[in-house]
Write a protein that binds this ligand. Structure first.
Ligand code: AMP
Ligand code: MG
Length: 347
């Protein structure tokens, strides 16, 4: 399949009327799948109402079919067609964080959304993205759009259109290029079907921010205990992995350098994931400085770029520094641990 490629300026007015966006929306209405930028990562969208369209998302990504998709909307009024009820907490969170990087789980009203999108569950995950291009595509299509990240399943999520192209060129109908994304890690997923809301996946909105709006918020125990079964089906899969094995090192940079030296003595090429503060300290074959440790948002926004970059460097093993699990650091460490297959070594 030939993949259409449209470049758009995210700052123009009435973007939904632009020919590029109209073409993308037209393909979505014909049940084709199209990638577009959101404020978190690039999404691969398809008509959430049609099995045929949703099937194409799973096929293009190679995504396991028991992993449900997030339905994207442009207006809160779209919810009534497929959500059974909206709890008071859900309403407070939508009013505060939508559009934005927060996905809310609602009880599903059956019959409107494809069962393939919800993986047969009796709940549905919904989000309103805070990106002019995403909102324009959603408005022009006039449909709820199921959209997971636009990468091959298991690979790091895409934060630029060229990442999408690397993974999905020839497998999807189109890519809308609206420049690099901002937040860089996926949305926070929160279950609002329980009396006390539960975070199922840490992401762009932090627990602290959520608690300011609805009071107590719990965290799915499976996020910190491997033996627990996660409530969010997608959290059980290995994700975001670079080709070479990645190890997170609990310890000083001196300790990391010792690991590097050991590997290089045995003839391996070593990559290091660090931040601007420590960039010049290391002696390794390839060093990626991922933002600044003093500003964890900057680390989040380039973490997937970092993980992807190692694949282009003919690296045999990667060592990464660890990050504090506060604020968006929770999402960063969640993604790094998955990318590392939970391998943490001490210094
Ligand atoms: P992705 O689309 O790759 O960003 O992943 C979406 C995440 O939301 C996955 O971890 C899914 O398992 C999760 N998810 C989607 N729908 C539901 C739902 N109804 N209940 C719980 N988790 C969900
Ligand atoms: Mg994903």
């Amino acid at each position: 399949m030939k993949t259409n490629y449209w470049s758009v300026d995210k700052f123009v007015d009435n973007l939904e009327n632009y020919p590029q966006i109209q073409q993308a929306a037209h393909l979505l209405a014909k049940n084709e799948v199209v990638a577009f930028p959101t404020e978190t990562v690039y999404g691969l969208g398809g008509n959430a109402r049609e099995d045929q369209a949703v099937e194409k998302i799973f096929t293009a990504k190679g995504r396991p079919s028991d992993n449900p998709l997030i339905v994207h909307i442009a207006e809160q009024s779209q919810l009534a067609a497929f959500v059974e009820s909206i709890s008071a907490n859900a309403q407070l969170l939508m009013d505060r964080f939508w559009p934005g990087p927060l996905t809310i789980i609602f009880p599903l009203k059956k019959g409107f959304i494809s069962n393939r999108a919800t993986a047969g569950l009796d709940t549905v995950a919904v989000r309103m993205p805070d990106h002019p291009v995403a909102l324009a595509v959603l408005k022009a299509a006039g449909l709820p759009i199921a959209a997971p990240s636009a990468n091959r399943s298991g690979k790091p999520s895409p934060t630029t259109a060229s990442h999408v192209k690397e993974d999905l060129d020839g497998r999807i109908a189109g890519i809308v290029d609206g420049g690099p994304t901002g937040v860089g890690v996926e949305s926070t997923v929160i279950d609002c079907t329980t009396e006390i809301p539960i975070i199922l996946r840490p992401g762009g909105v932090t627990r602290e921010q959520l608690e300011q709006v609805v009071g107590e918020v719990q965290v799915d125990p499976a996020l910190s205990d491997e033996k627990e079964a996660p409530k969010s089906p997608g959290m059980k899969y290995r994700h975001y992995a670079p080709d070479a094995p990645l190890y997170l090192v609990e310890g000083t940079k001196e300790a990391i350098q010792r690991h590097i030296n050991e590997q290089r003595r045995e003839g391996r090429r070593v990559g290091v994931l660090t931040t601007k503060e420590n960039e010049t300290y290391y002696d390794a074959d390839y060093i990626f400085a991922c933002g600044e440790r003093a500003h964890l948002e900057s680390v989040a926004s380039s973490i997937y770029e970092a993980l992807r970059s190692f694949n282009k460097q003919d690296i045999d093993v990667i060592y990464s520094e660890m990050f504090p699990t506060e604020g968006v650091g929770n999402a960063i460490m969640n993604r790094l641990l998955k990318a590392a297959g939970q391998r943490v070594i001490s210094g």
